[in-house]
Structure formats: C-alpha cells, structure tokens
Design a protein around this ligand. Structure first.
Ligand code: SAH
Length: 466
C-alpha cells in the first residue's frame, strides 16, 4: 500500500520540513498492524515526492486479534496489505502527526500556506466507484484522476475491479490534504480495523468540522465513516449542523444529546430563529439588510428566498466562517442574480465602519452574547449611532429558559464562547437603555416553544428608529 505526496512549491524540498522527515533518509516505523516506511523517490528544488508505504502483516493481524470481532475476513488471504484503508489513516496520524495537525516549528508560515500538492493513493478499494470518489474530493477543490485496475492482469475481458488508483491535485495546506485523506480514505472501504464507537464521532468532528459541515456528500461520508451506526451518525450530523464542534461558530442551541428524534424534528430552534428574524425583517419593510456576525451565512441563505430583500451584506470577524458562508451560498445553487444580491465582508462590529452605513435594517443574531461588556458598548455605538439602520433585530439566548434543559448543568452557558446569557429582565434592561440612548423604540418577541414560567429559549428585540 502506497501513498505518495508531491509538491512543486519552491524549494520543493521544504516538504521534508513540513513532514519532519529528512529527504535523504529512509525511515521505518513499527505500527501495531505492520510497518510503515517513509522515503523520497525524488527530492529536487522543483519537485519533491514523499512516499508512505505500509507493510500490513495479515498473519500478525489475525494472530493479534486486531480486528473487530465481527470482521469476517478470517482467512490469511485478504486485500488489507495492498489497499488504502483505515490502516493508512492510522499511519498518517502516527508518522505524520504534527503535519496532520498543521504544526511545523521550522517553517510555521509554510505550514499555514496553501501550496500545490498532488497525492496518489494506490490502491483505493472504491466502494461507490469513481463517481463517488469524484463527488467526495472535487467539492474540496481537487482535480481528481482515477485509474481502474483490471480484475486480472491476464484476463482483461474480466473487466475492472473495485480498486482504483486515485490522484488528487490541488492548492492547499499540507495539513488540509492530510486531514482530508485521514478522514476520507476509510470512507471508501467497508471495513475498519478497530471498533467504531463514540471516540470515532469525536475524531470525525475534530478533523472534519471545518470542511465537512458544508460538504454536499456530508451525510454519506459521515454515515460511512461511522460504519452506518445510526446513533453515532445522527449525533455527528446534528453536531455538524449546529457547528458545535467549532467554538468560533456560536449558534449552539439545545445542549440535549442528539438523538434520532431530534433529527426528525421538523424545525429545530436554529431554523425557527432564522424564520422568525426573516419575518421580523420582512415586516419592517426593509429592502437592504446588514447581517452583523453572519457566521456561516445561514440567515443570509434564508433571507435570499424573499424577493423583498434586494441586498444582503454579511459581516463577520471570522474568515473561516466567511469561507463556509461563501461556499454554502454558492453550493445551494443560487442563481447569478441571487449572487449579486449578497456580499460578504470581513470586519469587526466593534469598530466604526463606513461599509455598515446605508442599510434599511441590521440583524444581530446570537452575537451580542459573544462580546465582553466593554466591546458590547463599542458595538452599540457602531450599530445604533454610526450605521443607524431604521430597524435592528437582536436575538440572544434567554437564560431563564436554561433550567428547562435537564442536560445543561446549572449556571452553565449554552456555548463555551458565550460571555454572558441574559435573563428576560436583563435583556429588556439593556434594550431599553440602548433604545433611550439612541432614539429607538423597542418591541420584544419570543422564538421557540414557550414555557409557561420560563418563556422561550431565544429572545428577540426589534429596535425601530423614532
Ligand atoms: N449570526 C450567525 C452566527 C452567530 S455566532 C447565526 O446565527 O447563524 C456569532 C458570530 O459572531 C460568529 O460568527 C463570530 O465570528 C461573530 N463575531 C463575534 N464577535 C464579533 C466581532 N467583534 N465582530 C464581528 N463578528 C463577530
């Protein structure tokens, strides 16, 4: 089993620094299932290629009971030694661990820089065929080449096997490439050489959160990665959906453990919130909307379905969130006309910015609670004094409601990045003060199922300029 990675970044021999493996040496590593060697078939300033070769010991595998007990390939003849499977992922993590995590002491800036890379996986047991290989890698920005292997070299008339040699070419960081390979190689194979449990969900979210949430084959990748175990993949999918694996994205809601029912709930709180904000903005008569702290663009996507909104501009301080937003908005197959209605800009809400002026309305959806109080005061001036849209819709968690969620420990916030969560009285006190200071009338709304005593999980205020 062989994986090669080449670069034409100059000097290409820097690949050795990125991988912490010297181009002049052949190194071997003992792994639980066999051995891995790393060597460089070519190492020039123009082009350097590293090879990771796995020597899986099929006899040792069975003897050591390395397989999941349900593993039926109990004969000493198997494709494991020759094909790219979860063994390769383990080898990547063990042999190229720091590169996988994007750390490089000697060339930190290079580790963070997209460079031209080509990876060849020889041989991938491609369940789902070439179409699925393309559907998985192309949305991640790779040019994909597949070469089918004949079932038998001497009898071409037998046709091709399910094994493919796959070459991926793209410009990205080495850590991104390794992360994609680490997560996706096992997805093409029906077996995993270890038991698939909760830890696998964490691994998937840890390594996949940045790019899997918006991947068009997200569901299928997740299901296959977690070996079709429903309790695991519903948990993973729900968490990907809610962006909870990424602390920069703060729209986590019910901290209840995801279950299959929660996936089937027709409208989760997140969606209800976007619906409610869309309704409030529509009712305000606004045509142009500024989405402040737009995150991954979910509200924008919803707003674009209403023809009333002729221009929607999203602002966020997180470049990663904006990248997901731009992908999400394009992925959804927006027409070119829609694309002209949207703009995403990188900016901070705590600094006066001329680009925020001239909008009919602004939305601050689940954003204020991410700011420390002194910064919140700056945001108030930026929005209500300088940008001054006629309407401002603000939503934030209602802390009163937290007791309704049994799995949320008392005194804990719904999201690790929240600096505070307001009770209804605290929110009203803040809104009244802001309204009075800047000349806005305030009306309150609840979002989500109302509890007789504790109100709704999300609280909203609509500020209208007097
Ligand atoms: N409104 C979005 C995202 C809410 S999460 C939604 O409901 O889906 C909060 C967002 O606010 C994050 O994307 C975070 O990056 C952004 N944010 C936090 N502080 C910010 C600041 N000072 N300037 C700009 N964006 C900020």
């Amino acid at each position: 089993m062989l994986l090669t990675i080449s670069t034409t970044h100059r000097p290409a021999t820097d690949l050795g620094y990125l991988l912490h493996k010297h181009p002049d040496r052949v190194q071997t590593f003992a792994l639980s299932f066999g051995a891995a060697s790393v060597y460089y078939p070519e190492a020039t300033a123009d082009r350097t290629t590293v090879a990771l070769a796995l020597d899986v010991d099929p006899v040792g595998l069975i003897r050591d009971g390395n397989f999941d007990r349900r593993f039926t390939m109990g004969q000493y003849v198997s494709d494991r030694p020759y094909t790219a499977t979860s063994f390769l992922s383990v080898a990547i993590a063990q042999v190229f661990g720091s590169a996988l995590n994007g750390t490089c002491k000697t060339r930190p800036e290079l580790a963070a820089t997209p460079i031209p890379l080509t990876a060849t996986i020889d041989v991938l047991p491609a369940a789902g065929g070439e179409g699925f290989v393309r559907a998985v890698f192309e949305p991640l920005g790779y040019a994909v080449e597949c070469r089918a292997h004949p079932l038998d070299a001497y009898f071409p008339e037998w046709g091709t096997s399910r094994y493919l040699s796959v070459t991926l070419t793209g410009t990205l960081t080495l850590a991104e490439l390794l992360t994609h390979l680490y997560v996706l190689i096992p997805v093409f194979d029906g077996q995993k050489h270890y038991f698939v449990g909760e830890a696998e969900v964490e691994k998937l979210l840890d390594k996949g959160a940045k790019w899997l949430a918006t991947h068009p084959k997200r569901d299928e990748i997740t299901r296959r990665y977690l070996r079709h175990r429903p309790t695991l993949y519903t948990d993973a999918l729900t968490r990907l959906d809610e962006g909870r694996a990424d602390p920069a994205d703060g729209d986590a809601d019910a901290p209840v453990k995801a279950s299959e029912e929660s996936l089937e709930t027709p409208l989760r709180l997140n969606d209800q919130r976007y619906e409610a904000v869309t309704d409030l903005l529509t009712a305000s008569g606004a045509k142009t909307v500024l989405d402040l702290g737009c995150g991954e663009g979910r509200l924008i996507r919803r707003l674009l379905r209403e023809s009333q909104f002729t221009k929607v501009q999203g602002v966020d301080v997180s470049v990663a969130a904006l990248q997901i937003a731009s992908r999400r908005l394009r992925l959804d197959g927006q027409s070119p006309a829609d694309r002209d209605r949207v703009q995403l800009i990188h900016g901070a809400l705590t600094y006066r910015d001329a680009r925020f002026a001239g909008f009919d309305a602004a939305a601050l959806v689940e954003v204020v609670e991410h700011l420390d109080p002194p910064r919140l005061a700056a945001l108030e001036r930026v929005v209500f004094e300088f940008a001054r849209p006629r309407t401002v819709v603000v939503t934030t968690p209602n802390r009163d409601y937290n007791v309704v969620w049994p799995s949320l420990p008392a005194g804990k916030f719904r999201h690790a990045d929240h600096r505070f969560e307001w009770t209804r009285a605290e929110f009203a006190a803040w809104a009244t003060e802001v309204g009075a200071a800047h000349g806005y009338a305030v009306a309150y709304h609840g979002v989500g199922p109302a509890h007789a005593e504790w109100g709704t999980p999300t609280q909203a205020a609509v500020f209208t300029a007097r």
